[in-house]
Design a protein around this ligand. Sequence first.
Ligand SMILES: Cc1cc2nc3c(=O)[nH]c(=O)nc-3n(C[C@H](O)[C@H](O)[C@H](O)COP(=O)(O)OP(=O)(O)OC[C@H]3O[C@@H](n4cnc5c(N)ncnc54)[C@H](O)[C@@H]3O)c2cc1C
Length: 418
Amino acid sequence: MSASDAPVVVVGGGPAGLACAIELRRRGVADVVVLEREQQAGGIPRHSNHQGFGVRDVHRLMSGPRYASRYVAHARRSGARVEQETMVTGWSGVGHLELTRPAGRYMLAPAAIVLATGCRERPRAARLVAGSRPAGVMTTGTVQQLVAFRGQRFDGRALIVGAEHVSFSALMTLTHAGANVVGMVTELPCHQSLAVVRAATRLRYGIPLWTRSTVTAIHGYPRVEEVTLEDLDSGRSRRVGCETVVFTADWIPDHELAVLGGIELDPGTRGTRVDTALRTKRPGVFAAGNVLHGAEPADVAALSGRHAGASVARWLSAHGVWPSAVPIACRPPLHWISPNAVGSAAEAPPRGRFALRSRAFLRGPEIEINQDKRCLWRGTVRRLGPGRSASLPAGWVASVDADGGSIDVALAHPGGRA
Ligand SMILES: Cc1cc2nc3c(=O)[nH]c(=O)nc-3n(C[C@H](O)[C@H](O)[C@H](O)COP(=O)(O)OP(=O)(O)OC[C@H]3O[C@@H](n4cnc5c(N)ncnc54)[C@H](O)[C@@H]3O)c2cc1C
């Protein structure tokens, strides 16, 4: 192994990592290296070949592949080194990162690290679905890679499990690749995407959405032939014929490296716990993008990366001040908040707001934020639910007592309207 001494290492070359690198260079950080395990940097948008990227960060509506290549080119032009086919495979949380490349293993000693490793959909195995193990069962990510990089066709019937934004993305890709999508299935009482997306796809494709339903078993071999679909309210089961089953959403942050480095995770997001400057608890280690939580849009991830880049640059020039952070916890039915700690009362979160999710669908709920029974903020949000974040303002951060107890986010009226 040989050693190198790049000052700032960004792990992950998706929108968050690349935007972070660009911001670091813009702020004069001399040596910035982005490490990406795939052959091409750009992250998930590389294979999401449809419109819907870039509105909030580049202020243009772009396709995923164009958006990704634009970020890679911009990062390179900014002077950042983008190292592809380079996976971080080892880290003790202090000191060197171990990198694995086709040519061998290397060690890198960074001055600061930004974790931007993204998130992924939980596959069938993690969802404990019974039955046989045939070909034709995959996640949206796999479908889109097969279609975008190998031009694969999906002839025959397909069933989509999930009804979030990404599930509708799977619907478009499958239909484009020749599949006859027979239905979408969600355990929840309604879809979790924008009403306009559901309405447009219903009009365009006429696909049924089976709510309060779940796939309990997959049958067939060597290819899927049918699934057992259970109605969660009546308990009745029926068989649905299909040759492809696509498990969508149900995100898990790619937090393996954080765990390896002993970085604290948040129990709600299951991602890295960070304060409003996107600092983890470990000095010199920051995190940005979807490694913090289940998937947000790419432009939101990129703006989070930009925010982390600014924080790293400030930290490098302030010679190592690392405040201790007050954690933020959510009470059910609220699910998670991000960022989920406050380090300094003077620092706003990315985009000047917190993202909040709930396990239940709620219209106009009143939210209360307390620290040691002292109310920091109380107000309403328009809607809350699974699969989509609502924004909370961040002005209350200025009133946080840095020496006080943890911050509690809860419904002001737990029995309120649903
Ligand atoms: C099917 C699908 C459709 C979508 N459609 C849209 C859309 O229309 N509009 C929109 O705005 N957003 C969309 N999104 C969301 C968007 O793609 C993500 O929010 C965005 O890519 C997140 O950026 P990121 O940088 O956090 O993570 P990613 O894009 O996932 O990038 C993380 C990168 O880190 C790398 N990595 C991970 N671990 C390591 C390691 N140990 N060493 C080196 N590299 C590592 C990965 O290879 C990856 O390239 C979609 C997502 C999916 C899955």
